[in-house]
Design a protein around this ligand. Structure first.
Ligand SMILES: *Cc1c(COP(=O)(O)O)cnc(C)c1O
Length: 403
């Protein structure tokens, strides 16, 4: 720590492109980077307002909503906090399906904000049972639960929670709680339908499927959420929706991160116009299948295996890989980075050292994923981790399938 501002010498392997396989932040497309490289613009400039309006309209198409959107200059945690303080009051109770590290972090945040939490217990390797969520709601006869806070894609476990099934469970028991969905690592990677699924508040962030730098997040809010907002007594100011609605952009308390909107405009153009959302979803599904084909092959000989054991809950945006006993995932990550300039996600919280993660969301194609899988296979060999050979070959075969 000599305090120098000059960059350290590059790693000897840092030639060519780094293969960046973290499940967030993700690769930023060159055209998005270029769109953000601009001189300052007044956020009330009519040219910027046109960009802003186009971004709001485009983001609503990605969220599949015609309701309200509020933005924050904050990472996803800011939008998590915003949805709680805008719709709930101190002492309110929320129900949280325990999908993994991110559901636990959201619960911890509730604690810090004076909101009580009831967790729905689950095996992180199988995902939370819808029947268990339904039973918890059915048992809540006097409707003390004010919101169900569900993580659509549990980035730490590589599992998906079907939000539409959570909504159906709430409807079957006639529970009036708000449905809040964290779509931070699913939006722009696989389908999310805010209005059709009856989601009252959704939480999104910039640096995952939207392929932008971090530091920018948002909520979608339904009319029911807006009514809850008017009744909520939680102290708030920067995140206050009523305060925002008095502003010209009907969002943002304070300066708007203008350059991120130029980036968002380009990212939305790529998703909605150049590739098309359905093609984006099909690509992520394909990339997920290829990664899983490789992991299934490595899992022979007591090798690393898929963390998610429930085929119905596999995530299309991230795969978590569980190491065999006695081997440390951090060794694989270190070798991949130092020898091959490939960045992998680590295990979070109590999964630290046991799990590494391959993000397959955002600006990625098959050859990039093959490159990452190749580095992982070499790193397993170099770290002395037992594994079945031919994981990359299995992914090649998956990707070479017609259709
Ligand atoms: C990344 C992530 C978050 C946290 O977002 P930050 O931008 O890191 O604050 C929350 N939930 C999920 C599911 C995530 O993947």
């Amino acid at each position: 720590m000599d305090g120098t501002l000059s960059p350290k010498p590059a790693r000897p392997t840092a030639r060519g492109r780094m293969f960046f396989a973290n499940p967030g932040p993700t690769n930023i497309p060159d055209s998005v980077l270029l769109a953000t490289a601009r001189a300052s613009v007044d956020f009330n400039d009519p040219n910027f307002i046109a960009v802003y309006d186009a971004c709001v309209a485009g983001l609503k198409r990605v969220l599949k909503t015609e309701q309200h959107v509020f933005f924050y200059t904050a990472s996803g945690h800011g939008a998590w906090e915003a949805c709680l303080v805008n719709t709930l009051s101190p002492g309110d109770l929320v129900l949280i399906p325990d999908t993994g590290y991110f559901s636990d972090s959201w619960a911890k945040m509730c604690g810090g904000l004076g909101i009580a939490v009831q967790m729905v217990g689950a095996d992180w390797r199988r995902g939370c049972d819808i029947a268990a969520i339904e039973a918890a709601l059915a048992a809540d006869k006097d409707h003390r639960i004010k919101a169900v806070c569900a993580v659509h894609n549990e980035t730490a476990a590589g599992t998906r929670l079907p939000i539409e099934a959570v909504r159906a469970a709430m409807d079957r028991v006639g529970h009036p709680a708000l449905l809040m969905a964290d779509t931070i690592s699913s939006l722009g990677s696989y389908d999310f339908r805010m209005d059709e699924w009856g989601v009252d508040v959704c939480v999104g962030g910039s640096q995952k499927g939207l392929m932008l730098p971090a530091g920018f997040s948002f909520n979608g809010a339904s009319e029911k959420a807006m009514a809850a907002h008017r009744a909520s007594t939680h102290p708030r100011h920067y995140f206050d929706w009523t305060e925002m609605l008095t502003r010209r952009h009907r969002s943002f308390v304070g300066t708007i991160p203008v350059t991120l909107f130029y980036g968002l405009q380009e990212a939305l153009r790529l998703l909605l116009e150049e590739e098309g959302l359905d093609q984006v979803f099909a690509r992520h599904a394909r990339l997920g299948r290829g990664v899983r084909a490789a992991v299934q092959t490595w899992s022979a000989n007591n090798g690393p295996q898929l963390f998610c054991q429930n085929p119905e809950r596999l995530s299309d945006s991230v795969t978590a890989i569980l190491m065999p006993q006695g081997h440390n995932a951090e060794d694989v990550r270190r070798i991949a980075l130092e020898r091959f300039n490939v960045s992998l996600g680590g295990g979070l919280g109590k999964l630290g050292g046991q799990v590494f993660r391959i993000g397959h969301l955002g600006d990625l194609n098959e050859p990039m994923v093959i490159g990452t899988l190749g580095a992982v296979e070499m790193a397993l060999e170099l770290a002395g981790v037992p594994h079945g050979k031919g994981g990359v070959q299995a992914a090649l075969e998956e990707f070479a399938r017609a259709g």
